[in-house]
Structures are given as structure tokens and as C-alpha cells.
Design a protein around this ligand. Structure first.
Ligand SMILES: *Cc1c(COP(=O)(O)O)cnc(C)c1O
Length: 336
């Protein structure tokens, strides 16, 4: 079965060997305060800076999920309330979680702007030009959910103070770990707010990570697998070039080769189209039929999500997917 599901998604095949390594070499049994484990955390953080080109003064911590990051932003980095200009299901969910912790106030009192860079539910993205515009217009902190784009495309880190992603999308890893990146300004804000009421208060997280430790027993296997995958992948500029080229090819494919089919790209505005998740629209009947037909050919298409659950299917354009697999899917679509 080849999978184009946009999360959990295809993992790099090498992950199987890395997992065996982690068990055989006793890495999963290391005490998380031991030197051996701290070395792995330190090296993984170093590799993230190097391979993803994260500025050296931005801090990196590991938590369990992007959903946890939504809560961390609300509890530890939001003084009054946050602002959520969203366009899809994940942005909406983030707003709902945040407002349970910090209820909404009037627009001009919001002190954190929360942006979903890549809206996995409908295949839209906030490109770096738009994010730069937000940066110019908004003086407070900017937090970015980059769950389905981090490690897939180049991000301009300087345009936000907090960035996070769970690893089951573009990192090509199993779920259960998230990367949280935060700027010196975000840390300063956290210190001003001084929130320490939670196990995952960012001040505790920061204190622990400055010693390459974690407040609680972390997902050691996940961290090790992340380290091994980062050692293996090329720098982000390289990966990003390939992702964007493949995205253009996917959109062209639907507009040209699938012109006579019952399917069209969901998003018409070129500037909004995601590089990493292609959402394709059709009638409920057609969408259900093509997913079933694909399954028979051992191809897993991504279901629709939220409002688009039954009238779209999604194709992940994540780095772990090979050209050959894309070729197989295109052949299936052409002959469908
Ligand atoms: C998948 C996804 C999430 C949720 O990630 P979890 O690891 O399940 O918390 C959040 N935001 C976006 C944009 C996603 O694609």
C-alpha cells in the first residue's frame, strides 16, 4: 500500500531500521537525565538548526503534539487573548482550544496573532509574503502552526516568534512528538507573563531544555528517530525546491491531464494553494468511488477533512514520498 494521507503519513522507510537500532542499542531504555540521552537531544536540536536553517538564537524544545503547542501558546505566551484569522478546520480548532484557556476579547487587545501556515484541511497556505505583511501590521507576538509544512518547505523563521509542527507530516516520522521553536522575544514574553501553573509551562520547558532535558519522561524513541532522519535528509533549501516543483506539477496535472475528469483542484487562487497538501474536489459519489478504486490498487488517498470531508480527497506532497509513487498515483488517476 502506498499512502498519500496527509498525516499520519508515509514515514521514511529507513525509520524501520532506526527503530530496531534504538531498541537493540538500548537507546529507548536510557534514563532521560543520563548523559547519553542528553547527547541525543543536543544533537537533534543542533541538526534542526542546521538542516532546517533555524536561526541560532531561536530556541527548540520537544513536546508531544501540535495540539499541546496550541495550549502552550494560550497558557504561557498569551497575556490577554489571541487573534485567530483562520480559513479551515485546524485554524478553527486552535481558536477553540485557545479561547477555552484565554477567552476572546476585543480585537485590539489581542497580544498574540495565531496563524496556521498550511491549512491541511483544505490545501491552502499563508505564504511568506502574507506572513511578512502580518509581521509589519502586527506588533505583538506571532505564533505559527506549521504542522504540515515544516521540513517540507523553507520558512522565514524571522517572520514569527513561535513555530511548531508535529512530526507525522513532512518530517516523515511516526506521530507522538512535536518540535516547538521560539524566539528570544517569545521567551521574554513568557518571562513577563510568568506562567508556571502547568507541567508544560514554557518556562519549565525552557529551563529543562537548556540542560537538554525535559520536564517529564519524553518520547525518547521519537527523538532518536528524528535525529536519525535529520542526519539522512538534505538541507531544507533542497527539499523545498523539490516540494515546490512537485506541487506545481500536481496542480498542472489536474488542470491539464484531469481536465475532463469529475475532479478539480479545490482552491482556485494560485497564491493560496498549498505546496504540501493538494485538495481535490468532486461530488460525494465521485469522491467516494475514486477513493475505493484507489484502495483496490493499493493506493491510499487522503480523506477530506472538516467541511470538505465528503467532497474532497487530499494528496500529501511530503518529502518522504518518492517520484515513483507519485508516478503510480498519476497513472491511476489518468486511467480512472
Ligand atoms: C495535523 C495537524 C495538527 C494536529 O497535530 P497533532 O500532532 O495531532 O496535535 C494541527 N495543525 C495542523 C495544521 C495539522 O495539519
Amino acid at each position: 500500500m502506498i499512502t498519500f494521507y496527509p498525516g499520519p503519513s508515509k514515514v521514511y522507510p529507513q525509520v524501520a531500521d532506526y527503530a530496531v537500532e534504538a531498541v537493540r542499542q538500548g537507546i529507548v531504555s536510557l534514563n532521560h537525565r543520563s548523559a547519553g540521552f542528553m547527547d541525543i537531544v543536543k544533537e537533534t536540536v543542533r541538526l534542526l538548526h542546521e538542516k532546517l536553517d533555524i536561526p541560532s538564537d531561536y530556541h527548540i524544545a520537544f513536546v508531544s503534539s501540535a495540539t499541546e503547542c496550541w495550549e502552550i501558546v494560550a497558557q504561557s505566551l498569551t497575556a490577554e487573548s489571541s487573534l485567530h484569522p483562520y480559513s479551515g478546520a485546524f485554524g478553527k480548532k486552535w481558536a477553540e482550544y485557545a479561547y477555552r484557556i484565554k477567552p476572546p476579547v476585543s480585537l485590539n487587545e489581542a497580544d498574540v496573532l495565531c496563524i496556521v501556515q498550511n491549512e491541511t484541511s483544505n490545501g491552502t497556505q499563508v505564504n511568506m509574503e502574507t506572513l511578512a505583511q502580518f509581521r509589519r501590521d502586527f506588533s505583538a507576538l506571532i505564533a505559527v502552526d506549521a504542522v504540515s509544512s515544516m521540513a517540507g518547505i523553507t520558512l522565514d523563521w524571522s517572520l514569527a516568534d513561535v513555530w511548531f509542527a508535529s512530526v507525522q507530516k513532512c518530517f516523515g516520522l511516526p506521530a507522538g512528538l512535536a518540535v516547538l521553536v521560539y524566539s528570544p522575544a517569545a521567551l521574554k514574553r513568557a518571562e513577563e507573563i510568568g506562567e508556571t501553573a502547568h507541567y508544560n509551562s514554557i518556562l519549565f520547558i525552557h529551563e529543562n531544555f537548556s540542560k537538554f532535558q525535559t520536564p517529564y519522561t519524553p518520547n525518547g524513541l521519537g527523538i532518536y528517530l528524528l535525529m536519525r532522519v535529520l542526519q539522512q535528509v538534505t538541507p531544507i533549501a533542497d527539499i523545498s525546491g523539490r516540494t515546490k516543483k512537485r506541487a506545481i506539477e500536481w496542480y498542472t496535472f489536474f488542470e491539464q491531464e484531469m481536465k475532463a475528469s469529475p475532479f478539480t483542484v479545490l482552491i482556485n487562487d494560485l497564491a493560496l494553494r498549498s505546496d504540501t497538501v493538494i485538495a481535490v474536489q468532486g461530488s460525494e459519489t465521485e469522491v467516494s468511488a475514486i477513493k475505493k478504486a484507489a484502495q483496490k490498487m493499493d493506493i491510499m488517498l487522503g480523506n477530506g477533512y472538516g467541511d470538505w470531508k465528503n467532497t474532497t480527497f487530499r494528496i500529501a506532497n511530503f518529502p518522504a514520498i518518492t517520484d515513483e509513487e507519485i508516478g503510480t498515483l498519476k497513472q491511476f488517476l489518468r486511467s480512472y
